[in-house]
Ligand binder design. Sequence first.
Ligand code: BG6
Length: 514
Amino acid sequence: MTDTAILDNPLRAGLRLGRAPEPCTMVIFGATGDLTSRKLVPALYNLAREHRLPAGFSVVGFARRDWSDDYFRQELLDGINANSRSGAADPALWESFAQGISYHRSDFTNPEGYASLAERLNQIDEQRGTGGNRVFYLATPPDSYHDIIQNLGTHGLNHAPGNGWTRIIVEKPFGHDLESARALNQQLLSVFSEDQIYRIDHYLGKETVQNILVFRFGNGIFEPIWSRRYVDHVQITVAESIGVEDRGGYYDHSGATRDMIQNHLMQLLSLVAMEPPVAYDANAVRDEKVKVMRAIQPIAPEQLDNCTVRGQYTAGSVAGKPVQGYHSEKGVTPDSHTETYVALKLAIESWRWAGVPFYLRTGKCLPRRVSEIAVQFKAAPLMLFANGPTSDIEANALSIKIQPDEGITLKFNSKVPGQASQIRPVTMDFRYGTSFGVASPEAYERLLLDCLVGDGTLFTRRDEVETSWALLTPLLQAWQAGQGQPPQPYEAGTWGPHAADELLARDGRAWRRL
Ligand code: BG6
């Protein structure tokens, strides 16, 4: 296909491969933390392995600890060896990758640290040909964001020298509620422009999540049935088998709604429910996502117990291993009311979705790690076969499996071979592994590369983040004020509190068994 033909088709233009970033330097604030060695640097290493990083690409780790360049490099190498999807690092590749890595020790509040960072970046430009192009990555706890953003502005690091560009990636959590998210946006926008800001939500980098748009808008047969006319309801599940691990201190101030719903599940919902964008570009896609979020009806205080369920895990066992209760986790207050499970029933007030409930659930210490979006269709209008020897006639369901076993499954009814007219549901399956036979890149690989080439489509825009918080903040405040049922206990290793089953049972529905 010619380039012109690719560009004629916006979906293909946006998805095309072989995008080459310009030489640049990435400064990682909080580089001694877990995220850098577990996710960011393994992702960068894999991009290097696939020849997707530009020549001269450099990394500067900015953090408080008294580390040397060599010590920092060794930590990153250990991180790659332990966490990279491609296994242990290749010595020759690591050698050349490591030449571009250095460590810059400074407190985040210390202006001198930024002045010397500016000098160091200029040196790197000269020595490694990075042309003044910079990405700043905020991988610190959010309480340091303010100082870092302010200091970057004060030291002129928000503008690149010469013809270079400057971008900033902001990790989640992006705010704690609407007010703090707005304040963070205001501060960011007083120093950077919106097109320099990349708010990361790693779910958008997952291969299966990107495929939602291709599935919906790259095929002609699904969109016509993707509405209230044919869809009975939608279920979005992000189940985790892990507990809060060593993040009890953070999690206890967050809870499942802030940690997962506000970002990851709202993103999944908006991709599944949005209207077709006019183009596959950052603004057109995000415009449609925001429109869907705006159309979600806020949950009124008197609807709390009808539309929401919170849970908190108690001691139990997951996959045969004993698990302590949430209250015994390190960093968690013993009488904490933080939810480790939440289920919501949301209504989207649009012509496409009026009357179609969207049920969302996510939780920790559930029996399995499994995430999926299931579109449950209405039953056939006339049950010709209902009086036969079987009444096992189920409505069609289409499930998009986000992880693991990535793929898409359509369930429909079929005649069981034989004389009797027996009917049984069967499935038509698409599996990434079988169809493509190549390992999908990690979400961070895709997102880091997108930022390096200046494509913000898979990052969240200011209004998206604020709209999501605007919907959830009143809910969080009502819970905080003691309204609605408190979190219900559920034993670790079960599918959450019974009240979550009742939430659907009241509507004559049930959660899918995963
Ligand atoms: C993070 C949350 O954003 O997503 C974690 O803070 C959660 O609590 C994680 O475990 C889940 O991500 P994934 O990619 O493992 O589904």
